[in-house]
Write a new protein. Structure first.
Length: 324
């Protein structure tokens, strides 16, 4: 199959996309936008202007930690036009809970590189059952906030993807506890909260939102599985006044495999552009699956050639570059 023609067509379409969050080439994204806040259900910069961040998520830190380095962040900032990266710090499954110093070192690598490049960084507590060990999450975010909370670059994602938990009974009470401890150290930086059913039910959060400033809620989608009904959940939440931030999405099915769904991805990202929703693609890893941005041959030294990128990685990079 000839893949060149679809990519060229996609590029022509993307030239006409929204100009929100473009920057002056003489300044970095963080220099231009400064501290991010939430006003009237949307993200705004230090001057009160709307902004839309776009970028790439790294893979689970305990399994994709080889990419948690300065060279990768440099490449994404300088060659992919990302304004934000996401450090998906594995909380469970052999991650922070068993090796906190190891995972914090990886996180430090990414945060420092993001600061050097003048881009934002999402510190993601990558968990499916975070409420079962709230104290561990509090410990983690207190460390991060004490070290980096004075900088505008840092965004906290306190629970990336609840699975079977209830918003009212599990997720919201957990979030209230963690947010209280973050705010005791960092009063202002953006906090993002996961929502039920693998972060697809922002509508449930909208019916009983958290109290506090600079809080957003995440929506995750995988284009081959999640379609209009999930976008309807987002529209409902937006109409209720919630700020929505898509910290993770993929071009594949929810399994991470099953092909690359270009047309449905376009529908989703055009929807995000229309509603000023920031986003990060999943993910920078050389795993042999559809959602991975890199092929298995790709080096963690980030000296990637075009043939090192997967079909998904090539398409997403082109999309990011066409926002310039």
């Amino acid at each position: 199959m000839n893949l060149v023609k679809p990519f060229l067509v996609g590029c022509l379409i993307m030239i006409s996309l929204s100009s929100i969050a473009k920057k002056d080439d003489k300044t970095s994204y963080v220099e231009q936008y400064g501290s991010i806040s939430v006003q009237n259900g949307t993200l705004v910069d230090q001057t009160g202007e709307k902004l839309q961040l776009r970028g790439m998520s790294l893979f689970w830190s305990q399994w994709g930690g080889q990419y948690y380095n300065k060279l990768v962040v440099n490449r994404l900032a300088q060659d992919w036009n990302v304004s934000v990266v996401r450090a998906a710090i594995g909380a469970e499954k052999g991650g922070y809970e068993v090796a906190p110093e190891r995972e914090l070192k990886k996180l430090d690598n990414v945060i420092k590189a993001a600061i050097d490049n003048g881009i934002y960084v999402i510190v993601d507590w990558h968990a499916h059952d975070a409420q079962n060990n709230t104290d561990l999450a509090i410990e983690f975010f207190e460390i991060v906030a004490a070290k980096y909370g004075h900088l505008p670059n840092v965004i906290y994602e306190i629970y990336n993807e609840p699975d079977y938990e209830s918003w009212d009974e599990d997720i919201k009470p957990y979030a209230e506890k963690v947010i209280k401890h973050i705010r005791a150290i960092d009063a202002d930086n953006l906090i993002i909260v996961g929502t039920p059913t693998w972060s697809q039910r922002v509508d449930q959060a909208a019916n009983n939102p958290l109290i506090g400033k600079n809080i957003a809620y995440t929506i995750h989608f995988y284009a081959g599985t999640h379609k209009q009904s999930i976008r309807d959940n987002v529209t409902y939440a937006l109409n209720k006044g919630l700020a929505i931030f898509s910290t993770e999405w993929g071009m594949s099915q929810a399994s991470g495999n099953g092909g690359v769904f270009v047309e449905e991805t376009k529908i989703w990202l055009d929807f995000f552009d229309e509603h000023n929703i920031s986003w990060l693609n999943w993910s920078i890893i050389n795993k042999n699956e559809s959602s991975a941005a890199l092929k298995p041959i790709a080096s963690p030294m980030a000296d990637w050639l075009p043939e090192d990128l997967s079909k998904s990685g090539t398409w997403v990079r082109n999309r990011l570059l066409n926002y310039k």
